[in-house]
Ligand binder design. Structure first.
Ligand code: OAD
Length: 246
């Protein structure tokens, strides 16, 4: 990708009326958070069916919590990178209207984004498997945390395989996508539904889709712009170009 092409993307963003972004694990890669499917991706080393399903939790809650506590600790030591920070800045300046993320790492919020639609949940929020208790942990879990109300097991409030997404969040997500005329898709393999189809909703009403990824994905053939590179480098470059339009 040369500067002319990046310039075209900045031009499209500056002309947009309703610009939204969808992020995946790749945006946090430069913060040292492991992705799921790439080289050294989590699902290459660990079996998702033994760690991220309701039946895995019912069968072996200690193992599932051991894995989630390890991730909480690992991510707790990571910092937001320039890609997260640029999106936060764009929200502040009113350029970005909505930020939808598949990530559970909380790095967008730590970078300063205020309004984040976390479609796969949040790694530090836990909920009771039996009652309506929900809370946010301040530090990584130790053992299997139990519910202060009913003493049943607490589980991570993330979406596991085979579970549906939170209907209230999804309603907001679809409302944003219906309004969007430009959508930037950053660091996702676009293999997990329904998030993988979000950009197609924008395309369906003739919106522009911009993809930033190190690799081509299943979305690449349908996007208007594919920018090949690291999100942490491309987003600040785009920001510099956008500043020239201001
Ligand atoms: P994946 O691990 O499937 O894909 C990460 C994508 O990021 C790949 O396409 C990489 O090429 C790209 N990438 C890596 N480093 C990058 C960088 N520095 N800049 C730009 N792109 C980069 O992650 P997701 O698509 O987010 O679900 O995975 C979707 C869902 O699958 C996750 O939310 C998770 C997982 O199971 C839950 O936790 C519920």
């Amino acid at each position: 990708m040369n500067m002319t092409h990046l310039g075209e993307v900045a031009d499209a963003i500056s002309k947009s009326d309703y610009f939204v972004a969808l992020t995946g694990a790749g945006i946090s890669k430069e913060s040292n958070v492991p992705t799921f499917r790439g080289e050294d991706g989590l699902w290459r080393q660990y079996n998702a069916m033994e760690l991220a399903t309701p039946s895995a939790f019912a069968k072996n809650p200690s193992l599932v919590w051991e894995w989630y506590a390890w991730r909480q600790k690992l991510i707790g030591e990571c910092e937001p990178n320039p890609a997260h920070k640029t999106l936060a800045l764009w929200e502040q300046r009113g350029i970005l209207k909505s930020l939808i993320t598949q990530n559970v790492d909380g790095l967008h919020i730590r970078a300063g984004s205020k309004d984040v639609l976390e479609v796969h949940g949040d790694l530090w929020t836990v909920k009771c498997i039996a009652c309506d208790h929900r809370e946010r942990l301040q530090i990584a879990a130790v053992g299997i945390p139990s519910c202060p109300k009913c003493n049943n097991h607490l589980r991570p409030d993330v979406v596991w395989f085979g579970e549906s997404l939170n209907p209230e969040i999804m309603k907001k997500v679809y409302a944003q996508l219906e309004q969007a005329d430009t959508c930037m898709v950053i660091g996702t393999s676009a293999l997990v539904q329904p998030a993988a189809s979000f950009p197609l909703i924008v395309k369906r009403h003739s919106g522009i889709v911009i993809e930033i990824n190190l690799e081509e994905t299943v979305l690449t053939p349908v996007v208007d712009f594919h920018i090949s590179g690291k999100a942490g480098e491309i987003l600040p470059e785009l920001d510099e170009l956008l500043n020239k339009f201001r």
